[in-house]
Ligand binder design. Structure first.
Ligand code: SAM
Length: 308
């Protein structure tokens, strides 16, 4: 099920306030102030952890993504023969679509295991890509290597997005394009709004911040890009909209499964933030919303296109 796509202009705002759960402890280490100078805590080689994990329920969502519905802002700038780096390629559907347009794509993921998902999608589609394992905070790639450096829904999960953007700028050739699109969870709009949705949002926000992420990344992209040294940045917003019975069912089922079965569920249970009964109640809330003919949801994303 693919979302309806619409876009409009919007602008991002400045530096985010430090907000995290009072006693945010991740794998036994206190997070500290991730916005302070320096690269922050070095956990998993700079990555604190990816809140969603790669459970089937997560992949089910990410595999609906295409270059059209997730990177439409970038498409007019692509030409055959360009070289493109796709950071955090995950299940690889966007990567493969981009590769069909430019020809030369390098996919980067945090482990061989996750990169295998991208490679499998490329094989299935008969598209050639190169794969590398790495961390966006410290790319082991030469300066000025790519015409385009792309990331979709990645910077919201990293502990130092400004360092990540500096690295993206460094490996992009001068005059090339850095393209990023990130969700903004508090910018999501839903009808009818229920207590169960509010609990879901509170728990998701808590889990994402506990892992060192910024779930409202979309609104901060422009400010992060300025701090990373970009001077020519176009900042936009775009949305996905879930409103037809089929789309609503698909999105509601997917979140019902993710809140009960994915890495997110395990984190909330292990951290004592929710009980199994709480998660089951939230899942039931998603399913009731999906079954409601009046159910409607719009998912906001911030976008930047920045000249390196
Ligand atoms: C939400 S998924 C997005 C996948 C894909 N871009 C898409 O939109 O379908 C985020 C991906 O970023 C990767 N990731 C997380 N932290 C990263 C880091 N520090 N460096 C590179 N990739 C990272 C995760 O492994 C995950 O596959």
């Amino acid at each position: 099920m693919r979302p309806n796509l619409s876009s409009g202009t919007g602008s991002a705002v400045g530096r985010p306030a430090v907000r995290r759960p009072a006693a945010a402890t991740v794998f036994g280490q206190h997070l500290g102030d991730r916005w302070s100078a320096g690269a922050g805590p070095a956990i998993f080689g700079g990555m604190i952890g990816y809140v969603h994990g790669h459970h089937d329920s997560v992949l089910k969502s990410h595999r609906t993504r295409t270059a059209e519905n997730s990177a439409g802002h970038l498409l007019p700038h692509l030409e055959a023969g360009m070289s493109l780096l796709d950071i955090g390629s995950g299940p690889g559907t966007i990567t493969v679509d981009l590769a069909r347009r430019v020809g030369r794509v390098t996919a980067l993921e945090t482990s061989e295991e996750i990169l295998a998902l991208t490679r499998a999608e490329a094989d299935r589609s008969g598209v050639e890509i190169e794969g590398v394992v790495g961390d966006v905070h410290a790319l082991e790639l030469p300066d000025d290597s790519f015409d385009v450096v792309h990331a979709h829904q990645v910077l919201q999960h990293v502990h130092d997005p400004v360092t990540a953007l500096r690295e993206m700028k460094r490996v992009c050739r001068p005059g090339g394009l850095v393209s990023v699109r990130e969700g903004d969870y508090h910018g999501f709009v839903i009808a009818p709004r229920t207590a169960s949705y509010d609990t879901w949002l509170t728990l998701y926000d808590l889990a994402a911040r506990e892992r060192g992420g910024e779930p409202d990344a979309g609104r901060f992209l422009l400010g992060w890009a300025h701090r990373a040294g970009f001077t020519q940045v176009t900042s936009l917003s775009s949305t996905w909209c879930w409103s037809t019975p089929e789309a609503r069912q698909w999105w509601g089922d997917m979140w019902a499964e993710r809140i009960t079965d994915s890495a997110l569920a395990q984190q909330l249970l292990d951290g004592g933030h929710a009980t199994r009964a709480d998660l089951d109640e939230i899942a039931a809330g998603w399913q009731s919303w999906a079954a409601d003919p009046d159910g409607w949801m719009s998912v906001l994303h911030g976008v930047i296109l920045a000249r390196a």
